[in-house]
Design a protein around this ligand. Sequence first.
Ligand code: ZN
Length: 356
Amino acid sequence: MLPSRLPDPVPPARHEIAASYIGRLATLHGLNISTLWTQTTIREPSGGMRRIIVPERLAALTGRTVYELAGALPELRTPQPDWAMFRHQPQPGCRYCDTKHPGGEVTRIIPHHRYVCTRHQIWICPSDADGHTTRLDALPEIVQAQRRHLRILRRHGWAITYDAVLTAMLICGQLWSLPENENGEARNEWVRRANVLIPPGTAEATFSVARLCAVAYPEAVALAPLLASPYWRQQAQRTTWNRHLFNAEIARRLRHPNYSYKDHDNDPISHWANMIAKRPPLDPIRVHDQEHHLRKPALRTATQLAQQRQAHAFDPSHRAGAPLVAHRHLATVFRRAWDPIRRHVVSPDGNSYYQL
Ligand SMILES: [Zn+2]
């Protein structure tokens, strides 16, 4: 028989998924997780197999108000949050923040714009094999980039910021994949940071695409406001001869003094200006689904093998951005880069849309 009220109802963590919180409560009290899950959930009214949380039951069990629980647990909010602004898969957060939450691993559903725990200087994105232990003490510009990222969010909202930062990350990965003399001074920074996070000779143990993402993050965040800005998007769409201002701004942000428009798609910035600047921001391909993602997924064997191959071949000074370009974290913007070109159409009633 389960108690109606737990003697030690620890609080939930911010953005924790309900299954993680209930699992920790069960562990702390020596209870069976399935039994506690059943006590706090009901079958969904539509008759499916899925069970949904009853906030009042969790409130009664913990002695905490529904309002207090919903402040930390997004699944308990009414109305439901816009799940598109969260990563679709739950993941661990900062392991140092988690030490104050007993009862086992804390699994969270994290918004797209959270890449760094600025308090503990830990890299927390994307979900990857390194267990979120990547310390950024020696790379304060990555922590600073998270603060700049939040300023972009406040100015443009989550959807434009999501698209701009991921697109900028893809562009940085593509630049880092070009021959050495074509990717500007940012490359020197990428090599330097990569040597800190993946010290030479240790790639077999330290390599992860999450760390490559951290390496390129400051330049991605420097580039993103330009990709998000309506003014610069307009400038980017002007004719080749009239793009001087846009090119100069790119050169300044990427410390790439010789940057100029190139009339081929090998230059990812020219490709963005020619093909993508006129398109609306993308929604994430996949959105959090409470039915299928109650727990964080384990890294698949195929993914682990791919990472081992990439680690073996890793050389930060030679086209090292390729694994970042191909990583699933950038899938939304990567697919668009290879999309058929769509035509911008304005209908008679004034609505603007894109047509294949
Ligand atoms: Zn932390």
